[in-house]
Design a binder for this molecule. Structure first.
Ligand code: NAD
Length: 480
């Protein structure tokens, strides 16, 4: 497979003619080559996006809405192909891609296609009726969209859909580790009739093509999802032009399990929240805190369920965990497990690579791993691991639970398990995170603001919040 850039509606090689290899995580085999783009490819994509911008931004919301509905429809016709490609490229179970992630990518287009038909501006007459002020929103220009490898099409379209719905044109950069569904998207956009140049997709290394997008003087806004250290580089690159920047970054999410919760449900859902997509979701629970008196009971149910998770062929129906995304990522995870042992932690299950038959014997699989007994200052409890490793610790009181959860540089999300409604509100309001789930996990309403606090990000995505980011709001005041 040759992954080429999609510029102005056409596929083309990187100007450098250089490529980088594409690996299949489940087999560790090279299955393709990816265009290794650089600044000159970004320049060309920006010119294509700029050329169509006056026309696209002048379409009515109804016209843009129709275009987005057509994209959704075209993606839906290719749901299975996209799900298969996503699973092969990222290592995730096929059924996860087919039932959750690609449907969500489709929903992203439908949601914003509909939302732009129903937005409202505000207006305020002066008390003596001598003047009227009102707000007016306009698109900004060429948006730079940079996305990570864990939910490739889902997260990329979560940016493309609101950006173009609001009237911008875009230059996107998906992760070089999982480029395939973004590559397939180009043809689907053409088949849906989206005018050439509205969406341009570039492939290659973050340090080259991503950095060139972040620095580009004709890209006035950047929407980025990825690691916190990369987010800081993007922020720095945006300073000279004071670009509008939205950063969705890493997390170290706590799950608080109170003794009055439905313990069985909390344990089962915590298995899902810790290990879905191999734990490679920014919102996965990575620190579980259980109230002292139910710790043993929770662990018994939790560890038993984790040990039964089926790891292997991502395409197989029974598979619950596929391969990690890359060799380097598995090595990073192994280094944290080794550190946990050094810090005195006890591994209750997992902690090594599973033994699988060919063709998966060399794939980047890793067993779901549960660790207890770590000291509070262990790096394993403080740094983002972003894989199938979860720690379990105990707490005595509600105050201690809140303190432990908030004792982190990150502030992305949390889950709270309790049957006490007052406690649920009280605790959720005190947690320094962008999203708190109570007795649930990953239930999403696309209109709600999504985004982390502290080192987990800057700005909010979702519904009106995305449209707000992808437009400039002006105030117009008329004397009557
Ligand atoms: P990453 O930061 O390494 O890469 C993300 C994207 O940025 C990739 O496309 C990459 O090529 C690009 N990039 C790398 N260096 C760049 C640079 N100097 N300038 C511009 N672009 C550059 O992240 P990753 O490893 O792909 O993804 C995992 C991280 O993403 C985790 O930290 C995870 O928590 C985070 N994440 C956050 C959310 C969220 O919504 N908060 C969602 C998913 C993933």
């Amino acid at each position: 497979m040759e992954i080429k850039n999609f510029i102005n509606g056409h596929y083309q090689e990187a100007k450098s003619k250089k490529t980088i290899p594409l690996y299949e995580p489940a087999t560790a085999k090279i299955v393709g080559q990816i265009a290794a783009s650089n600044k000159s490819d970004v320049d060309e994509a920006v010119q294509a996006a700029k050329a169509i911008y006056p026309w696209w931004s002048a379409r009515t919301p109804e016209q843009r809405s129709q275009a987005l509905f057509k994209i959704a429809e075209r993606l839906e016709q290719s749901l299975e192909e996209l799900a298969r490609a996503e699973s092969k490229d990222q290592g995730k179970p096929y059924h996860l891609a087919k039932e959750i992630e690609i449907p969500r990518a489709i929903a992203n287009f439908r949601y914003f296609a509909s939302l732009i038909l129903h937005t409202q501006e505000s207006a305020r007459p002066k008390a003596d009726a001598s003047a009227l002020s009102y707000t007016f929103r306009k698109p900004i220009g060429v948006a730079g969209l940079i996305s990570p490898w864990n939910l490739p099409l889902y997260l990329l379209t979560w940016k493309i859909a609101p950006a173009i719905a609001a009237g911008n044109t875009v230059v996107c950069k998906p992760s070089e580790i999982t480029p395939v569904t973004a590559y397939l998207l180009g043809d689907l956009l053409n088949e849906a009739g989206l005018p050439h140049g509205v969406v341009n997709i570039l492939f290659g290394l973050g340090s080259e093509v991503g950095q060139a997008i972040a620095e580009h003087p004709e890209i006035p806004l950047i929407s980025f999802t990825g690691g916190t250290s990369t987010g800081k580089k993007i922020l720095e690159a945006s300073v000279p032009k004071i670009k509008k920047t939205s950063l969705e970054l890493g997390g170290k999410n706590a799950a608080l399990i109170f003794s009055d919760s439905d313990l069985s449900e909390a344990a089962i859902q915590s298995v899902r929240s810790s290990f879905q997509n191999q734990g490679e979701i920014c919102l996965c629970s990575s620190r579980i805190y259980v109230q002292e008196e139910v710790l043993e009971k929770f662990l018994e149910k939790f560890v038993r369920t984790v040990s039964l998770l089926k790891i292997g062929d991502p395409e197989a129906k029974e598979t619950q965990m596929g391969a990690l995304v890359s060799k380097e990522h598995r090595e990073k995870i192994e280094s944290y497990v080794a550190l946990a042992v050094k810090d005195g932690g006890t591994i209750l299950c997992g902690g090594s690579r599973p033994k699988l038959e060919s063709p998966f014997s060399d794939g980047y699989f890793y067993q779901p791993t549960v660790i207890t007994g770590l000291p509070k200052n262990s790096r394993v409890l403080r740094e983002e691991i972003f894989g199938p490793v979860v720690t379990v610790s105990s707490f005595k009181t509600e105050e201690e639970a809140i303190e432990l959860a908030n004792d982190s540089e990150y502030g992305l999300s949390a889950t709270v398990w309790t049957k006490d409604l007052s406690r649920a509100h009280r605790v959720a309001q005190k947690l320094n995170v962008g999203t708190t789930w109570v007795n649930s996990w990953m239930v999403r309403d696309l209109s709600m603001p999504f985004g982390g606090l502290k080192q987990s990000g800057l700005g909010k995505e979702g519904g009106e919040y995305s449209l707000e980011f992808f437009t400039d709001t002006k105030t117009i005041c008329i004397k009557i």
